[in-house]
Design a protein around this ligand. Sequence first.
Ligand code: HEC
Length: 176
Amino acid sequence: MKRNKILLLSTLLFAALALLNACKNDDDSGSSAAITDEELYDLAKSTSGFVWYKNSDDFLDMSAGSGHAQPLLRTRYNAKAAAALDSDGKVKAGTTFADGSLIVKELNNNPTTLAIYAVMYKSANDPNADANGWVWAYLNANGSVLSSSTGKGSGCNGCHGQADHIDFTLMNKFFQ
Ligand code: HEC
């Protein structure tokens, strides 16, 4: 009787572990499917749950170091990425952004006309991620693609890896 109970318990335990493992494999962070430009666009378009750099949605004049042509910008962080911001809304020194972090820089020609979403998405297992786990895309306001995530950030991460970057982000360097 006692032996049967132990047998039943260990079978249950085994089943529970197998189930747990199956769920783990379903987890996005372990998936090797590439996020598409369309999916990045949808994520970037919604402002809900984002925190603005320095807690302000005011437009900033582009910095001298900017590789982006539009004169105005503002940057926001999804909840995952915002975990790396301090109470002033600046990126904490030494940060490595967690998988699932999304940073969107809105580039505008004037305060009312959005031109481009510049997107950095941390997803180390994504086939389009660069060596540091970032997926990069440059998307027009209407969703058409200026620079696809399939390019693995080749036009982006050289400049973003300059001295004093924080995990390849540059807002802190240029907007103290
Ligand atoms: C010549 C340098 C340069 C290139 C090339 C460049 N960027 Fe940037 N980027 C900057 C600078 C400088 C900033 C800080 C804000 C500003 O002044 O524009 C920035 C800010 C950003 C931000 C806000 C997060 C942060 O703190 O860095 C995102 C997102 C971004 N760029 C995406 C991209 C993407 C995507 C590409 C490639 C398609 C790209 N950048 C190419 C210089 C560059």
